[in-house]
Every structure is written in C-alpha cells, then in structure tokens.
Ligand binder design. Structure first.
Ligand code: C5P
Length: 224
C-alpha cells in the first residue's frame, strides 16, 4: 500500500465462463437483462465507482471484440478455469495498483456500498476482504446416494459473494504459489499462503446469475 495518498484501486472482471447452467447459446456475460448485457451492467458498476481507477475485463477468446465494443476498457483472453482467468487479468494490470478487486460478471448488480466496504477493509490492513451473507435455508448434508447425513448448523456458515478485494502484492504472490491448485475463490489462495482475509457485509442485490430463473429475477431488479 502506498505510504501517502489514497490507494490506487484496480478491478478485474471475470467474464470468460461458458455459463452452461444458464442454458443460453452464448457465454453468460453476453446474455441481456433490461436491454444490456451482464458484462455492461457489471462493468458499469466499477467504471462509475469513484475509487476505482482501472478496470480490466477477462473475456472468452470468441468474444474479445464484442467485449471491447461493449465496455471500452482493456480486455484480455480468459483461461480454462476461473483461476486462470483471474491470473490473466492480474498479468494485464500495471504495477501501480495497491488494491485489486476481483468480480464475477455473473453478479451484475453489486452496489457501491459493497465495493466501498471491500476497499475499506483492505486499506485498513487486511490482505483480503470478502463480502458475505447469512444463509436463510436449513442446510443438510447428504451422502453419495442422496440420503440425509445431518443438519448443518447454518449459524456457522455464510454465502460468499464478489468483489473480493486484495492487497495487490498478496494476490500476485497467492496466484504464483497456487498455480497448481484449483480453487473457486481467490481468498482461499491468500489464506493458503498465510494471509489474513476478513468478511464485510454483502448485499441481496449482488446475487449471482447462474440458472434461467436468476435471469427472471434480474429483469425485475433491473427494471425496479
Ligand atoms: O461458472 P461460474 O458462474 O461459477 O463462474 C464465475 C465467474 O467466473 C463468471 O463471471 C465467469 O464468467 C468467470 N469465469 C471465467 N473463466 C472461466 C470460468 C469462469 O472468467 N474459465
């Protein structure tokens, strides 16, 4: 972190997934809600944020030109896994970033308050910050046959959202060290090298678009 002045904040938006669970015939980031792609919705949240100075989009190789045309920001090609896509975004960032946010384009409606809280936690000294929400459903563990094993105490569980924010040097070191380990969240890579990751409040409207039903909800959110 720079000793003087405000932190320089960069955002990596990962959009290189296929979105197979959505059942669409194009990558999820290019599905449209209220007349705009998920990519445009999500990118707009970061380019419009007062504290974010650089935004890099990681897109599928098949849609690089579309991503540039739709967002006007730097676009790089994603990898076979989310982790590889984040690493590609990280490689495209300049050395001046103090704080790096990693956000799933599949969460197009992240509010400023969550972005603010993530940045503030890293600026305050954490290696990483993760937005979380409590779980409301009863959670049960099942075995391979689908038989119930136990009810899990949900008070000890949270659902994790993005953006996850990191001290840039910590994220680079974590990706370097974790190259051969597959994880679905970058905070896990930071913890694996002994970094301190803290939780900040997530937001309901920052839900992840995964299934067709989520697109129906997204239309309602975008129209409301
Ligand atoms: O598939 P899932 O929804 O869990 O992916 C989370 C995010 O990671 C999405 O925004 C997706 O575009 C991105 N991703 C990626 N490169 C991959 C796989 C997923 O950028 N190879």
């Amino acid at each position: 972190m720079a000793a003087n002045g405000p932190a320089t904040v960069a955002a990596i938006l990962v959009a290189a997934g296929s979105g197979q669970r959505l059942g669409a015939d194009l990558p999820k980031a290019f599905c449209t809600v209220a007349g705009r792609t998920l990519l445009e919705h999500a990118t707009g949240r970061f380019t419009a944020h007062a504290l974010v100075s650089t935004v890099v989009v990681v897109a599928p190789a098949s849609h690089l030109d579309d991503a540039v045309r739709l967002t006007g920001v730097v676009v790089v090609t994603g990898g076979a896994t989310r982790q590889e896509s984040v690493a590609a975004g990280l490689a495209a960032l300049g050395a001046d970033a103090d704080v790096v946010l990693v956000h799933d384009v599949a969460r197009p409606f992240v509010p400023d308050s969550v972005i603010d809280a993530v940045i503030a936690a890293v600026v305050a000294g954490a290696d990483g910050a993760v937005p979380v929400l409590p779980l409301h459903d009863t959670i049960r563990r099942i075995d391979a046959e689908g038989e119930f094993v136990e009810v899990v105490d949900r008070s000890t569980l949270v659902a994790v959202q993005t953006p996850q924010g990191f001290r840039a040097a910590a994220l680079r070191a974590a990706h370097e060290a974790g190259r051969d380990r597959a994880v679905t969240d970058d905070a896990g890579l930071i913890e694996a090298i002994g970094g301190r990751v803290v939780a900040v409040p997530g937001a309901d409207e920052s839900f992840k678009i995964t299934r067709p039903w989520d697109l129906t909800v997204a239309e309602a959110v975008a129209g409301g």
